[in-house]
Design a protein. Structure first.
Ligand code: HEM
Length: 110
């Protein structure tokens, strides 16, 4: 009986450890003095095309989506990187702002 409980305890621990290890982690923050300060016009060049990084602004904060699986080439569900997508994210996307926690903040809008 005791042996069976230990086996189950071990199985549960393995599942919990695997879940924790595989959970997406927030990226390391960019130091404050290295953050970009961009105008909306300057942000446009970070469109994810032809090898350029893909950045999007949400509520004045600039996030890096360059290596996000669903943002290949700076495009995602009809949206393009290099823009302020606050309204789209909050009012048209199924996920809303919860996806932001996994993105690296690279700057702020001027
Ligand atoms: C019309 C608007 C949008 C729609 C319909 C949409 C839809 C989706 C869907 C269905 C996924 C899950 C795809 C998958 O995992 O297979 C996804 C993921 C994602 N979306 Fe959007 N999205 C929209 C706008 C945005 C905007 C404006 C952002 C800006 C930050 C964004 C950021 C993300 C990110 C980062 C992921 C990956 C989440 C993760 O795997 O951690 N999306 N989106």
């Amino acid at each position: 009986m005791l042996q069976r409980i230990s086996v189950w305890a071990a199985v549960i621990m393995i599942i919990v450890f695997t879940a924790v290890a595989c959970a997406p982690k927030a990226p390391d923050p960019v130091p404050e003095d290295e953050l970009l300060m961009l105008t909306l016009e300057e942000l446009k060049q970070f469109d994810g095309q032809e090898g350029r990084p893909a950045y999007v602004a949400i509520d004045g904060v600039i996030y890096d989506v360059t290596n996000v699986r669903t943002w290949v080439g700076g495009r995602h569900q009809g949206n393009m990187a290099g823009r302020d997508l606050t309204e789209v994210l909050k009012n048209q996307s199924p996920h809303g702002t919860r996806v932001l926690g996994n993105l690296r903040i690279v700057g702020r809008l001027k």
